[in-house]
Design a binder for this molecule. Sequence first.
Ligand SMILES: [Mn+2]
Length: 328
Amino acid sequence: MDPITPRTILPDARVSPRFAGIATFGRYPRLEDVPPERSPVDWVIYGVPFDSGVTYRPGARFGPRAIRDASQYVKRFHVEHGIDLCSILSLADGGDSPVNPFDCEANAGVVHEFAAKLGKAPQTRLLALGGDHSIAFSNIRATWERQGKPQGGLPMIHFDSHVDTVDMTLGERWSHASPFRRAVEAGLLDPKRMLSIGIKGPLNTADDLAYARDNGVTLVTYEQLQREGTATIDRFLETLGETPVYLTFDIDVIDPAYAPGTGTPCPGGLTSGEAFALLRRMRGINVVGADVVEVLPDRDVAQNTALLAGHIAFEILALDAVRRVKNI
Ligand SMILES: [Mn+2]
């Protein structure tokens, strides 16, 4: 490991309280403020304030700000993994991507262009805060490029109520219902190594599931998880080993009882604690890019959803931190 400790300098919360100052994610430094000895950074967290791809309730464009605000209370030491993230990883907030709120496909290009330049490729990994789920495409593309454009695409772990592989909605092929269909078509993702966890619907049509069935995507519905436990997930993780993997987390996989601030809420899903347990179970995987999406602060209650999203992002970063400690 790098001899410079800690890798990320945070304001001391006992001197500079968490409720004061300009809000970066987790109080991490702005990317442009990271000194040379802590560069290139290991992870850049950046916002994508875009929600023109939604099929129901808009407002997730305010997600990045809400998550940053709530993340002031995301602390650095992970109790279950027993690691201090800031001593292991150089972390930074890359600010917000430019967006084009009037054109979903053009927006995918604008966001990719921004993401591609963040940090120093290929070492710097990217965690995008949405925004609606359509923004995942651009971050997946930038991640795939940083991984040397692997033939056949990256594997992906996907938390969501919905499968997001619909071909077209209301004439739009780049909405939040389609990012993974487009990513598979572009060769960025390998559908046979895609695992979708927490699917519950209801869906518009059974056809929504046909894509997964016809292309080898592994689906674990929430009901199935309750009934059968994690056997299918564990098998997937075993075959994955340390292969670089992308992780996408749609906050609507969580029961709206715990995370009401989202645009297409689906009752009866994961509790916050169940989501954390699943993520911690993935200890050992090699996450090379990620996103946390679909936080809609105008529908939130007591900041629950934004706070949870901040902690989900922390859990994802922790997976990489714990892997690096193990590999020393
Ligand atoms: Mn989604």
